[in-house]
Design a protein around this ligand. Structure first.
Ligand code: COS
Length: 385
């Protein structure tokens, strides 16, 4: 076991840290206030390889390993969870899904354009009645005259309102539950009967896009199917194995941002004639933040290690996602406490991190779902059949 980063991973960290400090952090507050989706930042990330870190170079990616992917995602999360969410969807849910399940033609068609930022992707699984019960999808896909006809509504889909392509999980067989689902790639500007409606007034992630997708007799080509008829549920779960990893890495970044801000605040803020960082109760808070963050980071790296070996990573990923997203709740809470009233205003970034972190224990599978996945692996017993 080697806890040292490789030379390549260190260089990646240095490069992305500089990018985040110079290009993401200075505009994060304003983008949050204006609910502005920062497409211009994505354009700058692409040439650095940040939009396709783990995709092989032959498909337009940077060909990096999953530890590097974690480092990039953590650093972006340190700057802004809205940008990190967009990145997580683009790389972990869309690109890796096409890379792992697509035909050679689909990979060549979409991956270089996704990695270069020419197109943005989204992943449509969740529906009004299919959240934690992901197999309960009712959006239908029926093959008629050589076209798949989609009907139904997806909700809470990150990037949907700004995405050029959407991976959509739909029901192709009503007589089956899990095996009745299939995935499709929908190209927005090539179809009719597909609309999106932005979800406004979110607690956090205000500079990211979240939308509903509405399909009404939307005809897509037969070859738009991804990964085989009946494989939609497995494909969605494998996407979440990567999406949850990315959320976990982003949460480590949020935690690190809170530590950095709290340390400098606790050194500078004087009360009772002393920097508040010299009080033991504040030191207790700093120590708890550091331990939570370090443990979360190591769990993310462990999941990355399993992914680098090409092994199934559901179990370790759920552990990392559960721990890191819960850590982000605790750490943002403590950071706000250290900042006192100043933390309650957006004059300091803590207020934004506090709001942005909240969704991390909910999206891409709640903490409760992660615990069911972890426990059933150990027990060999499922909570529900
Ligand atoms: N990769 C590949 N295949 C997987 C898989 C994975 N990570 N997880 C499950 N599968 C397969 C199983 O192997 C099983 O196939 P077989 O019948 O051939 O063995 C099939 O998929 C059904 O799996 P399972 O029995 O685990 O399905 P459940 O309905 O019990 O799934 C949970 C339960 C709760 C784990 C699942 O529905 C889930 O993760 N829900 C949360 C959804 C979510 O995170 N939504 C967030 C928004 S999406 S961005």
């Amino acid at each position: 076991m080697d806890f040292e980063l490789t030379q390549e991973q260190r260089l990646v960290k240095e490069m992305v840290k500089k990018f985040v400090d110079e290009e993401i952090i200075p505009v994060a507050r304003e983008n949050d206030m204006k609910c502005h989706f920062p497409r211009e930042i994505l354009k700058k990330m692409a040439p650095l390889g940040l939009l396709g870190a783990v995709i092989p170079e032959e498909y337009g990616g940077a060909g990096l390993d999953f530890i590097s992917h974690a480092i990039i995602t953590e650093e972006v999360g340190r700057g802004c969870s809205s940008v990190r969410t967009t990145l997580s969807v683009q790389v972990s849910l869309v690109e890796l899904l096409i890379f792992n399940w697509g035909t050679e033609e689909q990979k060549r068609k979409y991956l270089p354009r996704l990695c270069s930022g020419e197109i943005i992707g989204c992943f449509g699984l969740t529906e009004p009645n299919a959240g934690s019960d992901a197999a309960n999808v009712s959006t239908s896909a029926v093959l008629k005259g050589g076209k798949w006809i989609l009907n139904g509504t997806k909700t809470w889909i990150s990037n949907a309102g700004v995405a050029d392509i959407a991976i959509v999980i739909a029901r192709t067989d009503k007589t089956k539950k899990h095996e009745g689902l299939t995935a499709f790639i929908v190209e927005r500007d090539k179809v009719q009967g597909y609309q999106t409606r932005d979800i406004e007034n979110k607690l956090g992630l205000r500079a990211s896009n979240t939308a509903e997708m509405i399909f009404q007799d939307c005809a897509i080509p037969e070859e738009a199917m991804l990964g085989g008829v009946g494989n939609g549920f497995k494909l969605a779960m494998s996407a979440l194995d990567n999406g949850r990893f990315s959320v976990a890495a982003g949460c480590v970044g949020t935690c690190q941002a809170c530590i950095d801000a709290s340390v400098s605040y606790a050194r500078a803020r004087v009360q009772f004639d002393k920097p508040i960082g010299s009080f033991q109760l504040v030191q207790d808070m700093i120590a708890r933040m550091v331990v939570e963050t370090e443990a979360a980071r190591l769990l993310v790296y462990k999941a990355a290690h399993v992914k680098n070996k090409g092994e199934k990573s559901t179990f370790v990923t759920s552990i990392a996602k559960y721990f890191a997203s819960e850590a982000a709740q605790k750490v943002t809470y403590i950071a706000l406490q250290i900042h006192g009233a100043y933390g309650y205003s957006n004059e300091f970034p803590i207020e934004r991190h506090y709001r942005d972190a909240r969704v991390a224990t909910i999206y891409e599978g709640t903490s409760e779902i992660q615990k069911l996945i972890i426990a059933r692996e150990i027990l060999g017993l499922k909570a529900f059949a």
